[in-house]
Design a protein around this ligand. Structure first.
Ligand code: G16
Length: 546
């Protein structure tokens, strides 16, 4: 039996007062900040145990990403920068919900089941976003880490992907990069400058990009990084946190769901703009055309642009590597059709949550994964990286082959392979547009999105909805899927699904159809079906239009 008396005494300073039942969801725990003190302490403890178990550095990130400012949350980062192993999510849920007197029992159970040797050293790195509650909550997580005798390093204010990067650096003997925020800026900017070296004729207009920082950590970190980019990208930063509220009427989630520009940004026709979310792990692009119509380039368009670029380079390099794209049920039907039918790329559908997409993408030489909401990255297998490196050094290869291999090498250095990263994705998109001499309008024209609508429905308990087939069909409550099927039949090119959110207390509804009016109507009718059959609360859903 491990000696957990000291840990127990420290836990009494962070009691489970509210008795709220929480679930380790899509991206860790998320709820009102005031309900999270005991959860943070216990996640600090779990991170220490995970570090002992894996004999590696583990990360604790305090953030609620796209949620409103009064929420907060925590996610654990596994050794290679990936999300916490799903088997441990169950431990996290048990620990977070344990009564005071059960805490030691559950810790003991984890130690025994996982055969953790408590004398082994542990090291946990901690980061936080800019929410007013984050500093105190991260200190509580550190208390939890210390309570089990683990060492830690507090990286303070960092984006979520920066912390994932730092964890990976620690566990690869700094082969992945230097384990610091400066190391991150150096690695990414070097790759970006190498890529854009081949585009000497870009005018300042081409280099100009407007960024909505969602009043969050991404804005702060982009300002720090700007100098490293040596004016090869000219950034105008809006919603930088000096005036507005985090994620309020701005940020990637707002822009994607509302399908309109964020507040606080001045846009002229044709100007390229992008929005980060609250912890800078997502990005979406957009512009106004000359008729003042708003055009959104979401995760699907980003995946298509990156995949096109990679496939062209592989052809030039004459490298035979399998490229696949992983999407979720939210992927626009047009994007999937374009990727499969025009680009002849293998496309897979995973459940919502980066952890699901990441695992699927690991199965290919090059796995491009993006959620439609702008969260995604590209994974290169070890073998693919080796082949690209060998080609760079191959003296018998042609100039064109070597140049393509170098571009691939810089692409894999620029992309944050640990997790979706707004800054890294943005830099890669900017480099690709520059190299291809492409405008945002030309990128947008690769395919035309089917009109779509996303809405939220409040229900008493969202767990009554259970889904299958990568969340594309509902298996409970009874009658819901049949209702959706019969509604979908009434519209052309239509599709709809519902799923309980893993980050907010709502049910999400997605619908697409031949026209925006029909997508709006279908989403409305499906949300009424959810309201009636899944225990809707409050007012009946109304039609949502842009
Ligand atoms: C998190 C996850 C994403 C997911 C999003 C919404 O994003 O990391 O994979 O798409 O939540 O999830 P849900 O629909 O279950 O609420 P973020 O950017 O908030 O961390």
């Amino acid at each position: 039996m491990a000696d957990l008396e000291g840990a127990f005494q420290m836990s009494l300073l962070h009691p489970n007062l509210k008795g709220v039942i929480l679930q380790y969801g899509t991206a860790g725990f998320r709820t009102k900040a005031e309900e999270l003190d005991h959860v943070m302490f216990r996640m600090g403890q779990l991170a220490a145990l995970r570090s002992k178990k894996t004999k590696s550095t583990i990360g604790v990130m305090v953030t609620a990403s796209h949620n409103p400012e009064e929420d907060n949350g925590v996610k654990l980062v596994d050794p290679l920068g990936e999300m916490l192993a799903s088997a441990w999510e169950e431990y996290a849920t048990q620990l977070a919900n344990a009564e005071e007197n059960q805490l030691t029992v559950i810790l003991e159970k984890i130690i025994q089941e996982e055969k953790i040797e408590m004398h082994i050293g542990a090291f946990v790195v901690v980061g936080r976003d800019t929410r007013p509650s984050s500093l105190k909550l991260s200190q509580t997580a550190i208390d939890g880490i210390i309570s089990l005798g683990s060492k830690h390093k507090d990286y303070g204010l960092v984006t979520t992907p920066q912390l994932h990067y730092i964890v990976c650096c620690h566990n690869t003997n700094q082969m992945y990069g230097t384990a610091s925020v400066e190391g991150y800026y150096e690695k990414l900017s070097k790759a970006f400058l190498e890529l854009t070296k081949q585009t000497p004729n870009r005018t300042d207009d081409h280099k100009h990009l407007k960024v909505d920082g969602a009043n969050g950590i991404g804005a702060l970190k982009l300002k720090e990084m700007e100098n490293y980019l040596q004016k090869k990208l000219l950034i105008s930063l809006y919603n930088d946190g000096t005036a507005g509220k985090l994620n309020h009427l701005c940020g990637a989630d707002y822009v994607k769901v509302q399908q309109k520009r964020p507040e606080g940004i001045r846009m002229m026709a044709g100007e390229r703009c992008c929005s980060y979310d609250g912890d800078a792990d997502r990005v979406v692009y957009y512009y106004y055309d000359s008729a003042s119509l708003f055009h959104l380039l979401d995760g699907d368009k980003i995946a298509t642009l990156i995949t096109t670029f990679l496939k062209e380079l592989l052809t030039k390099a004459d490298l035979h590597l399998q490229v696949a794209v992983v999407q979720t049920a939210y992927a626009n039907g047009s994007s999937t059709r374009y990727l499969e039918e025009t680009m002849k790329v293998e496309v897979h559908c995973a459940k919502t949550g980066v952890k699901h997409l990441h695992h699927k993408a690991q199965q290919f030489d090059i796995g491009v994964y993006f959620e439609a909401n702008g969260h995604g990255t590209v994974l290169f297998s070890k073998d693919a990286q080796k082949k690209i490196q060998q080609l760079v050094e191959n003296q018998n290869a042609s100039k064109e082959q070597i140049n393509a291999a170098k571009l691939l090498m810089n692409t894999l250095n620029l992309i944050n392979q640990t997790v979706g990263d707004a800054i890294s994705d943005m830099l890669l998109i900017e480099a690709i547009l520059a190299l291809k001499g492409m405008t945002v309008q030309q990128w947008d024209a690769i395919y035309t999105d089917l009109p779509n609508r996303q809405v939220k429905v409040k229900v008493a308990d969202r767990r009554v909805i259970d889904t299958t087939d990568a969340e594309r069909r509902a298996v409970s409550p009874p009658g819901l899927q049949e209702a959706i099927d019969s509604l979908v039949q009434k519209y052309s090119l239509s599709r709809a699904f519902v799923r309980p959110s893993g980050t907010e207390d709502v049910v999400r509804v997605y619908a697409e159809a031949d026209t925006q009016t029909n997508a709006d109507l279908l989403a409305h009718k499906v949300s009424l079906a959810v309201y009636k059959l899944a225990g809707g609360v409050g007012e009946e859903p109304k039609v949502v239009r842009s």
